[in-house]
Ligand binder design. Structure first.
Ligand code: C2E
Ligand code: MG
Ligand code: MG
Length: 580
């Protein structure tokens, strides 16, 4: 309760007639209820606003103790503090719950001043008060908004911080353990990007609801934002309980969701940090659960991982790799370069001729050695470094295609992988035009590959850039097809020539009837749309024959050649009977 100092000039009853008149009017006409009691705290006067507010007429209360208004909410210590302040300061104010004549209770803001007589003794107590239920309700509503996530109705980050701090204090006092589970949905971005935010929102609501249903009422479930949720288990015996709950959450979330005719999946990656071993405060626990969650992602998603100190070493390693990548890109020069392109052939299934090559980036770093693209492309994309690196790949490919042509290798087209960020940028059109002009190449000499998920992001922007590339005569392929949520309707609008069937389907084509069916359907679907089908990752003759039976057009994989350095690919192409 706030306590403000007493007014400098306490009102006095010994003023002149005019003052009395003013006081009397302001008393009777005031919108604030006024109650005057004498030194023995018997009510001597109340105004009209008092009657309106409490339902008591003056005659009902005169001579009685103001405690008849009390709701009984406040205990004796509360009143003791109030009387102490009145005796010491001559003034008290604060919030108090009272009862109206009809029994209803309401919060009021009460101010009491002591009026003293000429000798300094208490003459009267003057109490003013207003009903604050309306403003209290508004404040409560605001607080609810500030502390709740509007989409799922779960507590938000602010509420989590506050409740976690309080819960941790109790755990510390009572020597209890606590588990904090950080949950991130796998591939949620795909749903949002390909089906739209309203579908994504519905999915998040469903996830929030399932999380709430999986845990006890005393456990805390909050949404941090985006597709990140937190579950706090304040009453666990040990890590096993946390693992059991994580497993339960996983299997509940893994069930499909039906949203507006779409069957969606949202498996979780869960990171777990324990109090007190992994951190004593909410911030540390969240940070460490986050590291563990990244490990769950790297371990193939749809699993849970406990935090261990080693994980931060891994985060340090990632940071060092990011710095090394930054350095390597800054130092790109024609003479020394940590980057290199390898080329892998794509063969026409019917004739066995090499139709195209795919340029694949390689990075050799003095500290990290040979780093596979699956490790550094992601870092380059997260840090924006993919822009300069992607530009380099484009220019270097064109430079090498020129060399191939000069060495007598005609016609073979070279495919270049393009990341989502590059596609968002008009810069790509300028770079493509510039590199082709510089090395005197035709648009048909190169092809751009964008992954299915990239093509589905920002459909409007992408479509415009893809259309402009197509208008330039550049052919386009959808890479890793079958891993995203493309809709057939959308695919029809893309100015593409080729679909590259993802390696994961090809590898199990003989053993997994599902994968075989997906391959067959994709090939048929692609052909219906007038597209050429390229199968990636063909490693065995059995796979080749299977794909041949399905009518696939083009094959790429270790069966024919691994990606090779420039001189080796030139030798490989020269050794091909038809491409000489
Ligand atoms: P991708 O574009 O789907 O490339 C095909 C990947 O499959 C290559 O991996 C290739 O070496 C591998 N591969 C080809 N045939 C076989 C096979 O028979 N068996 C197996 N197991 N693998 C095979 P790589 O070179 O490690 O590249 C991985 C990914 O990194 C690429 O997948 C692509 O998404 C990305 N990437 C590579 N170079 C670039 C680049 O210059 N720019 C961008 N944005 N991404 C790149
Ligand atoms: Mg590719
Ligand atoms: Mg691919």
């Amino acid at each position: 309760m706030t306590k403000t100092p007493a007014p400098a000039e306490p009102p006095s009853l010994t003023g002149d007639a005019l003052t009395r008149e003013v006081l009397a009017r302001s008393y009777s006409q005031s919108h604030e209820a006024v109650l005057v009691s004498d030194a023995a705290n018997r009510i001597v006067a109340v105004n009209a606003a008092f009657t309106r507010l409490t339902g008591y007429a003056a005659a009902d209360v005169i001579g009685r103790n103001p405690s008849l208004l009390s709701s009984g909410h406040a205990g004796p210590e509360f009143y003791a503090r109030m009387w102490h302040a009145l005796a010491e300061d001559g003034f008290w104010e604060g919030e108090i719950w009272d009862k109206r004549r009809d029994g209803t209770q309401y919060p009021k803001w009460l101010t009491i001043s002591v009026i003293r007589d000429a000798d300094g003794g208490v003459a009267f107590y003057v109490a003013n008060f207003t009903d604050i239920s309306a403003s209290k309700e508004a404040a409560d509503r605001l607080a609810a908004l500030a502390y709740h996530d509007a989409l799922t109705g779960l507590p938000n980050r602010l509420a989590l911080d506050a409740q976690l701090t309080q819960t941790l204090r109790i755990c510390e006092r009572e020597g209890r353990q606590l588990a904090l589970l950080l949950i991130d949905l796998d591939n949620f971005k795909n749903v949002n990007d390909s089906l739209g935010h309203h579908i994504g929102d519905e999915l998040l609501k469903g996830v929030g609801q399932r999380l709430r249903e999986c845990v006890r009422a005393s456990d805390l479930v909050a949404r941090l934002g985006g597709d990140e949720f937190v579950v706090v288990l304040p009453e666990i015996d040990g890590p096993l309980t946390a693992a059991r709950v994580a497993g339960k959450l996983q299997s509940s979330l893994a069930d499909c969701y039906l949203v507006a005719d779409h069957v969606l999946y949202a498996t979780p990656s869960i990171g777990i940090a324990l109090f007190p071993v992994d951190g004593l405060d909410g911030g540390t626990l969240l940070r460490n659960a986050d590291s563990a969650m990244y490990h769950a992602k790297n371990a193939g998603r749809n699993n849970h991982q406990f935090y261990t100190a080693r994980m931060n070493e891994a985060a340090g390693e990632r940071l060092r790799m990011e710095n090394a990548l930054r350095q390597a890109i800054a130092n790109i020069s024609p003479t020394s370069n940590e980057f290199l392109l390898h080329f892998q052939p794509q063969l026409d299934l019917a004739s066995g001729r090499v139709l195209a090559l795919e340029a694949l980036l390689r990075w050799h770093n003095p500290t990290f050695g040979n780093v596979p693209p699956n490790r550094f492309i992601g870092i380059a994309e997260e840090t924006g470094l993919i822009q300069p690196l992607g530009d380099w790949v484009l220019w270097e490919t064109c430079r090498l295609v020129r060399q191939m042509r000069d060495r007598g290798i005609a016609e073979v087209r070279v495919a270049i992988n393009i990341s989502a960020q590059q596609l968002r940028n008009e810069n790509l059109l300028l770079q493509v035009r510039g590199a082709l002009d510089c090395y005197e190449l035709a648009p048909g000499d190169i092809e751009l590959e964008v992954t299915e998920n990239t093509a589905m992001q920002n459909p409007e922007v992408n479509l415009s850039i893809l259309d402009q590339l197509a208008a330039m005569g550049i052919s386009l392929a959808i890479d890793d097809f079958g891993t995203g949520y493309s809709s057939l309707a959308y695919l029809k609008h893309l100015p593409i020539q080729r679909l590259k069937l993802d390696r994961s389907f090809v590898s199990d084509i003989e053993t997994d009837s599902n994968d075989a069916a997906i391959c067959a359907a994709t090939i048929a679907l692609g052909h219906n749309l007038g597209l050429e089908l390229v199968a990636e990752g063909v490693e065995t003759e059995a796979q080749r024959d299977f794909l041949a039976r399905l009518g696939c057009d083009c094959l790429q994989g270790y069966l024919f050649s691994r990606p090779l350095p420039f001189d080796d690919i030139v030798a490989y192409l020269r050794a091909q009977p038809v491409s000489e």
